[in-house]
Design a binder for this molecule. Structure first.
Ligand code: ADP
Ligand code: MG
Length: 300
């Protein structure tokens, strides 16, 4: 098959691993920098241009769109979808995951556990916002943050209100969330391929940071999921319409709570768990690309 990995960095570890596994299995694979693609739009004639040529003969795209380029990247991906090219993640599903408010609403609707979350404008009663989120300490997170940037732990009601006011002044949209203290700087990443968990790790912050992101100095180690955790991860993936994704959960006293679903999960998990997720993705593509990409039925 002709597989295109939509990625800005051919040197990126995840991209390299996908190329390796696709070649190992005999596919014709290339890395396409979607940031340099452009499209021509005419009635019933979707065209994608790259390096001075039309991209016509691609069977499958594996999008690895950076969050800083979500809008442009998903527009290019949408053009592939209009041409009937199979994709491991639809543009609409990627857009869904990049907005924490929209994603949290969809996850809540699906019935998986989530930390109680409040979304409000500055005209709201800030005292009540704090009460509704369970009181201090609580988490305030920027709606479009990634890698732990823009996630703040406010220890007191006053601190929480000061952070909210600062965000309002800057016009930044944010969520206020119940703080799950018992997770103690750790979370669980479940890597899902074809709707099933294929690898899982626990990420732990190595200092007193409450954030476990590897980008904030956290470290991963393999972890065995409980049945409920596995089912929760798979349900969250289905709710977001993402057959390939990374589901992040907190272990809380009331069971697993889903924090977010990542549409371009990193392959660092291979190093920590010894599972070959690259191969699993290429196998998934082989088994599914003959069909059309499943219709998006999330409805939000
Ligand atoms: N409600 C919460 N309670 C406790 N810890 C949290 C909570 N929300 C986030 N965290 C911690 O902060 C990290 C980053 O939060 P997350 O919502 O995943 O944002 P990002 O998209 O920036 O990774 C999580 O991995 C987790 O360790
Ligand atoms: Mg995260």
């Amino acid at each position: 098959m002709k597989i295109a990995i939509l990625s800005q960095g051919p040197g990126n570890y995840s991209t390299k691993r996908l190329v390796e596994e696709a070649e190992k299995r005999g596919h014709d694979v290339r890395v396409i920098n979607y940031a340099k693609c452009y499209v021509t739009i005419e009635s019933s004639k979707p065209v994608i241009r790259y390096e001075g040529q039309d991209l016509n003969d691609i069977d499958v795209v594996i999008p690895r769109i950076a969050s800083s380029l979500t809008k442009y990247g998903t527009a290019i991906l949408r053009q592939f979808e209009l041409k009937g090219v199979f994709t491991t993640a639809r543009s609409i599903a990627i857009n869904r995951t990049r907005d924490k408010l929209r994603a949290t609403q969809i996850l809540a609707q699906s019935g998986v556990g989530i930390p109680k979350t409040v979304f409000a404008r500055e005209t709201a009663d800030l005292d009540d916002v704090v009460v509704q989120a369970g009181g201090a300490p609580l988490i305030i997170k920027v709606a479009r943050g990634t890698h732990g940037n823009g996630v703040v732990l406010a220890e007191t009601r006053k601190a929480a209100q000061a952070v909210m006011q600062a965000f309002y002044v800057e016009g930044v949209s944010f969520l206020v969330q119940e703080f799950i203290g018992e997770a103690a700087g750790s979370d669980i990443r479940a890597f899902v391929v074809g709707g099933k968990v294929v690898a899982s790790m626990k990420r732990q912050s190595l200092d007193d940071d409450f954030r476990s992101n590897l980008h904030q100095g956290g470290e991963g180690k393999p972890v065995k999921l409980t049945d409920l955790e596995r089912k929760t991860a798979q349900k969250a993936a289905r709710a977001m319409g993402l057959p390939v994704c990374g589901v992040d959960m907190l272990r809380s006293e009331r069971g697993p709570l889903v924090l977010e679903v990542n549409s371009s999960p990193g392959f660092g998990i291979e190093k920590y768990t010894g599972h070959n997720v690259g191969e699993k993705i290429i196998e998934y593509v082989e088994q599914n690309a003959k069909r059309q990409t499943r219709k998006d039925r999330v409805g939000a």
